[in-house]
Design a protein around this ligand. Sequence first.
Ligand code: NG6
Ligand code: CA
Length: 503
Amino acid sequence: MRRRTFLTLTPSILAQTQALQTANPNIVFILADDVGWGDAGCYGAKSIHTPNIDRLASRGVRFTDAHSTSATCTPSRYAIMTGEYPWRRKDTAILPGDARLIIQPGRTTLPSMLQKAGYATGCVGKWHLGLGSGNLDWNTQIRPGPNEAGFDYSFIIPATADRVPCVYVENGRVAGLDPKDPIRVSYSEPAGNEPTGRARPDLLKVHPSHGHDMTIVNGISRIGYMAGGKSARWVDEDMADTITRKAQTFIDSHRTKPFFLYFGTNDIHVPRVPHPRFRGTSGAGTRGDVMQELDWSVGQILETLDRHNLAENTVVIFTSDNGPVVDDGYQDGAVQTLGDHKPAGPYRGGKYSNFEGGTRVPFIVRWPRHITPGVSNALFSQVDLLASFASLTHQKLDPAAAPDSFDMLPVLTGKSKTGRDYAVEHARVLSIRRGPWKLISKDTGPAVNRNTNTEMGAGLTPQLYNLDSDPGERTNIAAQNPEKVEELTQLLARVSAAAKTRP
Ligand code: NG6
Ligand code: CA
C-alpha cells in the first residue's frame, strides 16, 4: 500500500514536545556563511581554534547529520525563512545584489510566526533574499525587505560581501548615505566610471581568481557595478565588528521581552578580509583567520547573553548555510595555506556539491537546563526550524504555511535521537537520504566545477551510497542494490511532485 503521509507523530514525541513548551525562551540563530562540517574545533579542526563555538557545543547538542536544504546560500536561507523546499520555486538560485525579494508577500515566515507569538524580531547581517519588487532605487526607502518579511528591525548586508552594492541597509535605508552622492547599481553594464578590477588590477589589494572583476570597493573588485554612495560603503576589515555590535545592541535593547535574533555572519564567505587583529592567527591561512574571527563574534554574542543573565532562557543555534569552499573567486592564499585542514571533515565535496560536504553542516543547539549536552546523530534539516519553533512557542501553522517543515522539536533539543525519516539535499540536482542510504540523481553537467575545484557529486547515472560503511561516498553501489535505488527514486519523485510534505 502506498504511504500517504511522510511522518507520523508517535505519542511519545507528542509528550516530549509538550514538556518543552514552557514560557517562550529567547532565540538566537547564528547562521554562518560557507562554514564546513569540519571547520570548528568541536568537529575536529586542529589548526583553527574556535573556543567559543566549542563552548557552545560542550553545553549543548552537537549534531553530526544536520543539513542545510541546499549547497548554496540563497536557496538554503529561503528554506529557513519559509519552511519550503527552495527547489519548488524558480527564483531561488544565488541572487545578484539587485534582485527583487523572493519571499512572497504575506506568507508565513520564521520571524513573522515568532512576531505572532509575541517576539521582538531582529535580522542582522547577511540577507541575500532580494529586496524591493523590481528596479530598486537604493536612495529611497527600500521595500519590501526583511521588515516586510517579519522582522521588526533589520541591519543587513543586502546580498554578499563580494556583490555590489557594498553598503549596509538599516530598516530599509542605506546606512550613512549622503543624498548628494546617490547610489547606482548594475549587474549588466558599468554604472558610472569607477575603476574595475578588470581594467585596473594595479589598484587591487586582493586579486580575483575567477569572476569578481567589476567595480573596485576598498581595494577589492566585486561582482557587479556600483557608483556613488561613497560615505556609506563598508570597510571589509570592520564588517565582523560592525554587525556583531549591531547584534549585541539588538539583544541589549530587547532583553526584557522574548526576542528572536537572526544573525547572518559575513564570515567566512569571500572576500576573506579579517580585521588585522585576526590576520595570521590561525594555522590554516586566511580562511582559518576569518573562521577565528567568526568564533570571536559568537563569543561576543554569548557574552552579551551572560551579561544580561539571559543564557538560561535563550536557545542559541549555531549553523552554516552550506558547505565549505576554498577558492571561491579570490587569490587570498586559502588554497596554499590550508595545510592538512579538512573543511568538510570526512565528507566529500563542499559548497555547490551533491556529495555530503555540500549540505552536511555544523549544527549546535544550546538551551541550558532544558537540554542535556551531548552529540546527536539524528538526521535533521534546517527546513524544520519553522515548524519546530512554532511548536516551541505554541503557534498553530496555517495548513498552507511552511509546506515542508516538520515539527522536530524533540530532535532539535536532543530529547529524541530519531531524526527525519528522509531528507532531500539540493545542489545541481536533488539527492535523497534515508537511514544510511543516499541516492544522488543523475545529471548531465560536469563532475568537477572548474573554478572552485569542487567535486559536484552528480554524474551521468544515479549513484547510491551507504554512509554507514562509506561516509566519504567513494563506492557507488547502485548496480548491486536496484530495489534501494527504486525505493529512493520513488520517494524523491513523490516528495518533488507533492505541493507540501508537512503532515
Ligand atoms: C558565485 C560566486 C561565488 C559566491 C557564490 C555565492 C563567481 C565566479 N562565484 O557565483 O564567489 O559569491 O556565488 O555564495 O561569481 S553564497 O554562499 O552566497 O551562495
Ligand atoms: Ca553561503
